[in-house]
Design a protein around this ligand. Structure first.
Ligand code: TXA
Ligand code: MG
Length: 317
């Protein structure tokens, strides 16, 4: 059931239930962080491996001290600047945060979502909400209440309606190693925006490093149809001349015969707009009867970098 009844949503999570939860980035599957029953339900419904930790959503910076300890000064500066917003901080966890949330890690991921409905719900609660994206493990993230309903109709008592997500792509995850600022997951807040505050940040390299955040490594965000990402669209379309192609492009349409459906993300060339529409476009292309989806690689800066990251993971076999 999709509903905008915030009181009902509050009742459900107070009683250790799980709801579809709108944020500005993507929809989440939310439950009380202090309820083992609720957290287990989240992992179960999402079919998420227990070694993949959850993000904690708080309503105000004042609540941060109950979630994390030994917070670096630069983390506080980032929180002041970007919260509420699509920035998740990876901090040393407070002893009261269970290892079920952090999957045994001593760090906890935390953010304040910038969505009026999410904040109104959190205001009614005296506990934060743990929420992973509301998609089955590995599938495309949901950016509308309809996407969540399509994935989990029978399994959720309600999806709280917050309309289409404005950012449309997950939060950026930032952690701290010694003096360094490390971006663990590219997201809706660009590396460039973060570096204006912190100076040069390190981009966590999934190939070189141990899997600090397991969910960031595997095939992820993937449509059912096979997805190809290319720098050379003409060659790629030609190579699959016998296939029905679904095409995902940045600014302009193409006319080839074998293109059965195409989505252009931003005719005006705005990377933020393109990022906000990416997942809805993948959902749309996946619902068409195409054999394959081809996406062109985006300019590799600002949110183009985030889009390329998601396309690459979605295209992993
Ligand atoms: O935009 C978002 O961040 C959305 C909305 C709902 O807030 N949430 C989201 O959650 O994307 P999820 O669970 O789909 O992705 C969270 C990522 C996972 O890759 C997880 O491994 C990583 O954050 N993560 C969470 N806690 C962590 C921790 N303590 N240490 C390392 N990685 C962590
Ligand atoms: Mg996710």
């Amino acid at each position: 059931m999709i509903s905008n009844d915030i009181e009902l949503a509050a009742e459900i999570v107070k009683n250790e239930g799980i709801i579809g939860f709108p944020t500005e980035t993507v929809y989440g599957l939310a439950g009380n962080i202090y309820s083992t029953k609720a957290i287990n339900k989240i992992y179960h419904i999402k079919q998420r491996p227990l070694h993949n930790p959850l993000i904690v959503h708080i309503k105000a910076i004042g609540d941060l001290d109950r979630i994390a300890i030994e917070i670096p000064a630069i983390a506080k500066i980032l929180a002041q600047k970007f919260w509420p917003g699509p920035l998740t901080l990876l901090l040393k966890k407070h002893p009261n945060v269970s290892e079920l949330i952090t999957a045994g890690h001593q760090t906890v991921a935390v953010r304040i979502p910038n969505h009026p409905v999410a904040l109104a719900l959190l205001q009614q609660l005296d506990f934060p909400l743990a929420a992973p994206s509301a998609n089955p493990f590995g599938a495309i993230s949901p950016t509308t209440p309809g996407h969540v309903e399509a994935y989990f109709k029978e399994k959720l008592p309600m999806v709280l309606d917050g309309e289409a997500c404005k950012a449309g792509i997950e939060s950026t995850i930032v952690g701290f190693k010694g003096e360094s600022v490390v971006i663990y997951r590219l997201g809706a807040l660009s590396k460039e925006e973060i570096e204006k505050v912190t100076g040069p940040a390190i981009l966590f390299n999934k190939e070189e490093n141990a899997p600090e955040a397991p969910g960031m490594l595997s095939k992820h965000y993937a449509p059912q149809s096979t997805l190809y990402v290319t720098d050379n669209l003409s060659e790629c379309i030609g190579r699959f001349s016998d296939k029905k192609i679904g095409l995902l492009r940045f600014m302009q349409h193409r006319e080839e015969q074998n293109i059965k459906h195409q989505v252009v993300l931003s005719p005006s060339g705005n990377l933020k707009e393109a990022a906000s529409k990416l997942y809805a476009a993948l959902h749309e292309l996946d619902a068409m009867t195409v054999d394959i989806i081809i996406a062109e690689r985006f300019p590799d800066h600002d949110l183009g970098r985030t889009i390329n990251d998601r396309l690459e993971r979605a295209s992993k076999q």
